[in-house]
Design a binder for this molecule. Structure first.
Ligand code: BGC
Length: 396
């Protein structure tokens, strides 16, 4: 199966998960706090600490992306470093990211840059984060400044990564800071994230002409094939809507492209989750490649270029990764053949990294990070498999 000429082949990472010592954030504060009162104190399983030390070892990481025959990298820049105090932008931090982006570009990697990937500066978190009605204005000011200082080095900008996952984990499940369990807050945060995207899009566009979009995690939901309960079908459609159209409708006019993060599918039987366990990641996520195609076909109606901005598997032994990549890409290719304007695919992740409240044990990397031996980068077997695909722009 051939992919369209100029297809983007990449891998993705994010700042807090890889850089290390990202101390000025709400995440860091929570990771090192000894507070035992929150009910979710079993998390995080680790503190991010030095993470992968990519703050210093980014050249090594980009060399690996180059060896993968990638022509692009998706990475995030850290708001807390760039605006460490409200309204004060740190030019040295911008300088650092200029070096990072230049290092990627000099290796032939186009840069797809995310402005917000789950972490908040402490000062912003202290003002209520995205619960604050002023948050869109505050975020748009940061976004505009990034576009101004770094825009010439960004091939595309993603405003916010997985807004609903953030709202859910931080304000409904409570496993991420600020560890709240309040549906109303979660809804307000979602609405403020929509407003923040829209405001940021407009402010970026004042100084930047290349594409700007949002990255959305979407789960595929369906009724179990053995279900005879019509409620399962309705429920699946409703939840899918809440996960897709509910969020995208208010922002899509302010998107030059859409990013899809796809990880799993959920099936319902009598309104309960009933997934098979024939193909599961180390996190227990059921892998169902048809799901990615179903979502791509749904997204077609927005008439926007689409990128798979994340798709990956936690698989420490590298047992499933080859098959995972193969099966997902075949489904992506089928979607393209059925008229979906899919422009690129970023495997999550280039390297094993800090998997949020789960700590370091889930291993998504196509490159292993050996945490016992100085964070040595060790390409897994599937590395050469993906490298071939990227080189050939085709899959056997
Ligand atoms: C996030 C990543 C995360 C990955 C795997 C996505 O929700 O954007 O930061 O590591 O999924 O859980």
């Amino acid at each position: 199966m051939d992919f369209p000429k100029g297809f983007i082949w990449g891998t993705a990472v994010s700042a807090h998960q890889t850089e290390g010592n990202n101390i000025n954030t709400d995440w860091w504060r929570w990771e090192v706090s000894k507070d035992t009162e929150t009910t979710t104190r079993q998390f995080p399983l680790d503190a991010s600490g030095i993470a992968c030390d990519s703050y210093n070892r980014f050249e090594e990481d980009f060399d690996l992306a180059k060896d993968l025959n990638n022509n692009a990298i998706r990475l995030s820049i850290e708001w807390a470093r760039l605006e460490p105090r409200e309204g004060y932008f740190d030019l040295a931090a911008f300088q650092h990211y200029k070096k990072v982006l230049n290092a990627a570009r000099s290796r032939g990697l186009k840069t797809y840059v995310t402005l917000h990937h789950f972490t908040n500066p402490l000062w912003f978190a202290n003002k209520g984060g995205f619960l604050n009605p002023e948050s869109p204005k505050i975020f748009a000011r940061y976004a505009r400044r990034c576009a101004q200082e770094l825009g010439h080095l960004c091939d595309a900008i993603w405003t916010i990564n997985e807004p609903q996952v953030y709202a859910l984990m931080s304000y409904t499940v409570g496993s991420w800071p600020p560890n709240k369990k309040n549906y109303l807050s979660s809804l307000i945060v979602q609405i403020n994230l929509m407003r923040s995207h829209n405001a940021a899009y407009k402010s970026i566009k004042e100084v930047y002409t290349k594409p700007v979009g949002i990255v959305k995690n979407i789960v595929w939901y369906e009724a179990c094939s053995t279900s005879t309960n019509i409620l399962d079908t309705w429920f699946a459609k409703f939840i899918y809507f809440m996960n897709e159209g509910f969020f995208l409708n208010p922002v899509v006019k302010n998107c030059d492209m859409l990013g899809l993060n796809f990880y799993f599918t959920t099936r319902f039987l009598n309104l309960k989750t009933a997934n098979p366990d024939d193909f599961n990641s180390d996190l227990g996520w059921w892998i169902y490649p048809q799901g990615i195609k179903n979502i791509l076909l749904k997204l077609k109606r927005y008439n926007k270029p689409i990128y798979i901005t994340e798709n990956g598997v936690a698989d420490a032994k590298d047992k499933h990764r080859k098959r995972f990549i193969h099966d997902m890409l075949i489904k992506c290719g089928e979607a393209i053949n059925e008229g979906v304007d899919l422009r690129g695919y970023f495997y999550w992740s280039l390297i094993d990294n800090f998997e949020w409240h789960q700590g370091f044990w889930p291993r998504f990397g196509i490159v292993e990070i050996d945490r016992e031996h100085d964070l040595k980068r060790k390409p897994r077997k599937s590395f050469s498999y993906y490298a071939e695909i990227c080189k050939n722009n085709a899959i056997d």
